[in-house]
Design a protein around this ligand. Structure first.
Ligand code: COA
Length: 238
C-alpha cells in the first residue's frame, strides 16, 4: 500500500486508489469508536506496554481537552487514531519532567494515545498520526510537543524518534508504568548528534544512568544479534 506522511487537511492522504484512507478529526459521537479501537488494538499487547484509557479520556480529548484524529477506510471503518492533548493536569506533570517552566504550559501539548488495528500495522499510520497531530499542534500555537512511551514499545519509540522527538527523562507514570519522556520543540533546528552510549531498550537502569549524565536519546540501532538499543548522545553545536 502506498502511504505518505504528508498531511494537508487530513484528507485523502494515505492508502491508494483502491483503499482510500482519510485522516480527520473525530466528532463527539465517535468517541466510543476510538475507545473500542483502543481496546481491540491493545487486546494482545503485553501488560504495561500501553496505558489503559477509559471512554472518558476519549470524550474529553474530542470535546474540550484536545483533538483526536481517526483514520478511516472509505470513510466508514476507523483503523487508527491519535490524540493530541491540551489537558492541563497531565501536561503540567510532563512539563516538569521535561524541565519546561510552568509558563510554557500554554505552549505545550502532548501526544496522549495512538493505535492502529493489527491488520493495518506496518502502513505508517502511526507515523502519519504523529505528523497530523504536529500540524494541529502548530495550528494551536503549541511549540512544545511531549510524549511518553514504554521503553519496550519499540515500534512506537521508533516513530517518535523519526519525527524528531528526543528522550529527555525516564519516569514511572500512570500508576507505575516505566516510561521514556520525550519532547519535540517545533521551533528548534534539526540536530546532528555525537553518540555517547547505546542502551539496550529494556534496560531501565541504563536509560536512567544515561539521562543522569545529561545525554538525550535520539535514535535506535540494532546489535548483530537483533537486540534493539537506544542511542544516547549530545547535540553537535553549530
Ligand atoms: C505502535 C503502533 C501504533 C504502530 O502502528 P503502525 O501504524 O503499524 O506504525 P508504523 O507503520 O508507522 O510503524 C510500525 C513498525 O512496526 C512494524 N510492525 C509491527 N507490527 C506489524 C505488523 N503486525 N504488521 C506489519 N508491520 C508491523 C512495521 O513494519 C513498522 O516497522 P518500521 O518502523 O521498521 O517501519 C501499533 O503497533 C499499535 O497500535 N500498537 C498498540 C498500541 C500502541 O502501542 N500505541 C502506542 C502507545 S505510545
Amino acid at each position: 500500500m502506498k502511504t505518505t506522511a504528508s498531511i494537508d487537511n487530513f484528507a485523502g492522504l494515505s492508502g491508494d486508489e483502491n483503499t482510500p484512507l482519510v485522516w480527520r478529526k473525530l466528532r463527539p459521537d465517535e468517541a466510543i469508536m476510538a475507545y473500542q479501537l483502543h481496546l481491540a488494538a491493545n487486546a494482545d499487547t503485553p501488560a504495561g506496554l500501553v496505558r489503559p484509557d477509559d471512554l472518558a479520556h476519549f470524550i474529553a480529548n474530542i470535546q474540550d481537552q484536545g483533538h483526536t484524529l481517526g483514520c478511516f477506510v472509505n470513510d466508514k471503518e476507523m483503523v487508527a487514531y491519535g490524540i493530541l492533548s491540551m489537558e492541563p493536569t497531565n501536561n503540567s506533570k510532563l512539563c516538569k519532567l521535561l524541565a519546561l517552566p510552568e509558563a510554557e504550559l500554554a505552549n505545550f501539548a502532548s501526544l496522549d494515545g495512538a493505535a492502529a488495528l493489527a491488520p493495518w500495522r506496518g502502513n505508517r499510520l502511526h507515523r502519519e498520526s504523529i505528523q497530523a497531530r504536529l500540524v494541529i499542534g502548530r495550528e494551536q500555537q503549541r511549540r512544545y510537543i511531549g510524549a511518553t512511551v514504554s521503553p519496550e514499545n519499540i515500534n512506537s519509540v521508533r516513530g517518535l524518534l523519526e519525527a524528531g522527538f528526543c528522550i529527555r527523562n525516564f519516569a514511572y507514570l500512570y500508576g507505575g508504568l516505566a516510561r521514556l519522556v520525550m519532547l519535540l520543540d517545533l521551533d528548534a533546528p534539526l540536530s546532528s548528534w555525537t553518540l555517547c552510549e547505546a542502551v539496550v531498550a529494556n534496560d531501565h537502569a541504563g536509560h536512567q544512568a544515561a539521562l543522569a549524565k545529561a545525554w538525550l536519546g535520539y535514535g535506535l540501532s540494532e546489535t548483530r544479534s537483533g537486540v534493539c538499543q537506544v542511542l544516547y548522545g549530545v547535540q553537535k553545536i553549530g
